[in-house]
Design a protein around this ligand. Sequence first.
Ligand code: F0G
Length: 483
Amino acid sequence: MQSNVQFSSGEFVPLEMHKVRVVQKLNLLPVEERLKAIEGAGFNTFLLQNRDVFLDMLTDSGTNAMSDQQVASMAVADDAYAGSASYSRLYEAIVEVFGTEYFLPVHQGRAAEHIISQVFVGKDGVVPMNFHFTTTKAHIELAGGRIAELFTDEALKIKSDFPFKGNMDIAKVEALIAARGKENVPYIRMEAGTNLIGGQPFSIANMREVRRVCDKYGLLLVLDISLLNENVYFIKMREKEFQDADIKTIVRTMCDLADIIYFSARKISCSRGGGIATKSRELYLKMRELVPLFEGFLTYGGMSVREIEAMAVGLRESLDMDMISQSPMFIKYLVDNLDAAGVPVVTPAGGLGAHLDAKAFLSHVPQLDYPAGALGAALFIVSGIRGMERGTISMDRDEDGHDVPSEVELLRLAMPRRVFTLSQVKYVEDRVKWLYQNRELIGGLEFYDEPKVLRFFVGRLQPKSDWPQKLVARFRRDFPAGR
Ligand code: F0G
C-alpha cells in the first residue's frame, strides 16, 4: 500500500494531515513506579490513573482529538431543554451524512443498544450478528434474547490476508433462520469495523447478501456504525467496485442497506454521545417513547449541547479521506512492523488498534491464567503504555462459576484518532518487540476480587508468582535509566 503522500524512499510512512495546536503533557514514570501503579490497579489497566500512563491505548472511545472547528462549534452551543438550535444543526448533519430522515439522540452507544433491544428483542429472540460487542450482548440478554455470532471461518484466524474478516457467513444465517424460525429473529445486526475481532471490516458485497436474506424473510437489518469510518476506508482500499467512489457514496450505500443505524459518537465523530437513525417513520415511532424515559428530551437525549455541536461537525469531517485514513494507516505501520519482527499480531491490520495475540505471545501461560491480562500488565510495566485485555477476563463466568475461555486472547492497543505522533508509535513498536524478546519472564494472573458482571472493568487480580519483579530487573539491566 502507498503512503497517503509518496516518499522518495518508497517507504510506507503515514503522514499526519493535521498539526498539533493544543498539547497535554505526558508523564513517563520510572519502571519501579510503573510496577507500583499496576499493583495498585489490581493488574487491571482499567483501574490505572491516567497520570501514571504514558501512552493511553486503552480505547479510541472518547479519547480522540477534536478539530479546531469542533472546539469552535462548542462555543456557540445553544442551551435549551427543548428545541435547541444545536440539535437542529446535528439533525441536519445526520440527514446530510447518512441520508436518514428520523433521528433519536442518546447519551452514548450502549444507550442506543438498550433502546433497540428493549423495543425489538422479545423473550427467546435470537439476534444473528457478525460478532458481538460486550455492551451489545449484555443489552440483548437483558431484554431476554440471545446472540448468534455467524462469522466466516476467516474471522478468528490471527494471521490472515483476508480483506473482510467482518463478513457474515450467509449460509449460517440461512441455517439459523431455518432452525429458529424467522418470527424469533427480531433483526440481524452487522457491526462496522468489527471491534472484538480486531477492528476488521465487512464488504458491501457481503452486506448486500445480508440485505437479500432480510428481504427474503421480512427481517430488519440493524447496523452499528460506531466504527464506520474505518470500515468505509477499507472498502475504498480493498473492494474493487468502490476504489474510485467518494467517501460519502460509500457511507450512503452502507446506510441505505440498513433499516436502523446506531452509533457511539465517542468513536465515529471524535466527540461524545450517540444516536439512532432510520428512514422509517414507523420504526422511529416505536423507539421514540423510550428516549425521554431513559435518556432525556428528544432534542438532547442525555447529551450536553456542546457535545451535540461537536458531533455535528465531527460527522461532516468523517467524510474526509485525510481524516478517516489517519488512524488505520498508523495501525498498519505498527502492525506490519511488529509482524515483520515475528511478534504475533492480528493481520491484516484493521481499524481501532493493533491487536497482539496473547495466546501465541505467551504460549507458556495457560489460558485460565489470563495471558492477555498478564500481557497488558507486563507491557505497562515496561513502557507505561496502557492497552486493554480482550480475552478470557472480558468473558464472565458461566452459570456454574467456570471461566469461559475466550475464542481469541488479545491485547488491544487502540489508536485514538489524531492523537499520537509517529515517534510515539515507534516507541510502542520498540517496547513491544523488547517485551517479546523477554516474554519467558511473564507469568499468569488470578482474581482476588471478582465482580459477577463485566468483571473486566473493575475486577482486581494478582500475579501467580514474582514475575513482575523479575521483569523490572531485566528492564533495568537493558535500560539503566529506568525508562
Ligand atoms: N458498539 C461498538 C462497536 C463499540 O465499539 C462500542 C464501544 C459500543 C457499541 C458502545 O458504545 O461506549 O458509547 O456506549 N466501544 C468502546 C471500546 C467502549 O472501548 O471499544 P459506548
